[in-house]
Every structure is written in structure tokens, then in C-alpha cells.
Design a protein around this ligand. Sequence first.
Ligand code: 7TS
Length: 423
Amino acid sequence: MPELDEVKQADSASAAEHPFEVERIRQDFPALTLSVHGQPLVYLDNAASTQKPVSVLDAVDRCYREYYSNVHRGVHHLSQKATDAYEEARRKVQGFVGASRAEEIVFVRGATEGINLVASTFGRSRVKAGDEVLITEMEHHSNIVPWQMLCEQTGATLRVAPIDDRGEVILEEYEKLLNDRTRIAAIVHISNALGTINPVSRMVEMAHSRDVPVLVDGAQAAPHALVDVEALGCDFFVCSGHKMFGPTGIGALYGRWDLLSTMPPYQGGGEMIRSVTFTKTEYAEPPARFEAGTPNIAGAIGMGAAVDYLQGIGLETIGRYELGLLEYATSALSAIPGVRLIGTAAHRASVVSFTIDGAHPHDVGTILDREGIAVRAGHHCAQPVMDHFGVPATVRASLAFYNQRQEIDRLVSGVEKVKEIFN
Ligand code: 7TS
């Protein structure tokens, strides 16, 4: 993946060909016209979940109105139409993440379920007592707890690569922690709490040189950066539809075919079998093997529409625009006395996390809400990151391509207001 600072330097010819018209783009998102507490909404909670464009809303609506039926099991017209649309969505996600075959894409509920699936199936079949699982200190709880559970169940040990005070993984330490006992490494692509973009392909190379497979948590990367699982070299990649301007309750797991095809099932039920008798069940090939029961049909179709939407703008265009906005927000907030930025890595995307002297982040979030500004205040499901920086919580403004500089200006005025109240 090109790092976002490289993206910034992408040739201006392509920028001229695809001018970024944020005002026009905003019109695609009905929620952006909402008022909150009498103020026009400033939505800066995109790392938690994103708003949906009309094309996604329409795709879900059309599915239910025009061709809804269960998939993979009916010979009738509607079931075939729904199945075709569901499988087409899988191919869209395949193209989006750069997988070489559609069978490498498993629809799941979201990044969390994708990680749990890999920890439960790949993990339990490969990890034994005395083995190690390597993660980093900046993981979301979704990329900590499933591995901790696996270690508890198997007697393996969870090892954690530390971060420095800018919020970057200390690569020498990460490399040192990879050893003959390491069975899998799980790393976040872009941190939801700090915005750090990890040098994933380098980290994958380090792991592969020790024959350690790598799962990349791409929940925050997929909406902001061009993802190419083949270029990253990772073995597993997970993302969530709802963070990519798609529906909730749907996400994708990419797994390299040679690994996926040897993994035992995650859940048992309909659709994941080839044949069942009371004495023996034969499992279907992936991805069906991992999609027991009726899937989130309309969700997958909506995720496919979200992928179309993102690709229509272009992830490089999005990355370039968002980086400008992030730099604007970072310099405006860091210029305010008493504001402390948490996470100052050289390569960051989308997220500005900060604290204000003398004000609890929850109070800051509440005051900003009264101004119509939606941010998240809390530990962002990354408590070890908070512990590292010695704070219980931060205020987090997380950007998307539909945000504008004037919204950052409103955030800055909101912060000034907080300071007036507390000082
Ligand atoms: N990994 C990362 C890096 C995340 O940011 C999140 C959600 C997840 C995994 C889990 O994704 P889910 O879709 O399965 O829930 N992050 C956040 C957040 O930052 N605020 O709310 C959810």
C-alpha cells in the first residue's frame, strides 16, 4: 500500500482528472444534513461508524423490495437473483482488497467476528501449549481478547510488541519477539485510537521470514487507504462494512486460499456442509464452510454498493484529501494551549486523539455535542493504549472524506469553549 504521505505526492495530473468536490459528495449522505441541538451536525466519529450514501441505502432497499429471498438454496427466480447479487458483492469485496479469488472472501459480521473466526479455527488447530501469539500494544480490544482467549484455552502465551511515545510500533522489539514459538502475529493496519499507519508490509516480511502467518486488522484502513492484500503479503485481513459507509452487521475476512482451505469450520449449521449423516458430516469448501446459517444478504449487497461508492471516488483521492484535512486539524488543535495530542506518529490517517488540561474527555464530548459536534470520548476499546499514555480516555475526532475544513474550525471553537468553561 502506498503510505498516505506518498499518496499526497501523487501526480497532480490525476488530481486534476478527478477533482474532489466535497460539497457534491456531501449531498450523497442524507445524515449530513441533520441538525443536532439546533446546530448543523459536524460528524467526526467516523472511526466508530460512518454515515451511508444514498447508493448504499438504495441497494439495501432494492434488495428487500425487488428480489429478496434466501440465498444458495432456492431454484426459484428470487432466490437465484438474491444469490447472484450476494456473490457479486463478494467479488466486489475481492476486488476492493485485491484478493486473487472470490473464494478467499468470507462474509462475517464485522472485523471482530473475522478475528474471532481466525483465532478459533486457525488458532485452535495450530496453537498449542508453549506456543506464542504476537500482537502489538496499539491493538483494538477486538485484536487482543480473541487471542487472549485462545492462549487461555491452549496454554500459549500472548506477546505484545511495545509502542513508543509517538504511538509507533518499535520495530526492533517486534522483530525480536518473533521466534520459533510464534504461531501467528496479529497487527492493526491503522490504529483507531492514535491514527498510526503501521508499516504493515515490512512487519509481514519480518514475520514471514520466521514462517509466521500474519492477520491484519484493516477495520480502519479499508475506509481510508488503498488496500491490497497481495501487496501487503498478509495471510488474513479483516474489515467492517459499517466503517466503510456500508451497513452494520456485515464485514469481510480475507484468508489466503492455502490456509483457508485447510482450516476447520467456525460454526456448524446449514450451508457449511457438503453432506450430513448422524455419524459423519463433510464440510463444504470455503467460503461456504465459514458461513453457517442464513447470512446477512442485504448487508453484503449493501457492502458491495459501498465498495462501488468508494472506488467511484478512488481511495487514493480519498487518502490525499483526508491527509490535508488531518494536517489542518492536527496543527489547529496542537496550537491551542492546554491541548495534548495523543499519537503523533510520522504516518497517520483520519484520527486526532487529544486531551484538554483540566477537563475530563467525557465532559469535553458532552460540551461538543451541545455544539452539534459528534466526537468519541473514551478509551476507544484500546485501553492498553490509554495506559501507555497515562490517560484514562481521550477525545477523538475521526475524519472521513465528507468532512470539511469549516467543520474542523467548528471543532476548534468548541474546544475553545470547553477551555472557557473549565479555566
Ligand atoms: N479493529 C479496529 C482497529 C477498530 O477500530 C474496530 C472498531 C474494530 C477492530 C472492531 O470493529 P467492529 O466493526 O467489529 O466493531 N473500532 C471502533 C472505534 O474506534 N469506535 O467504535 C468502534
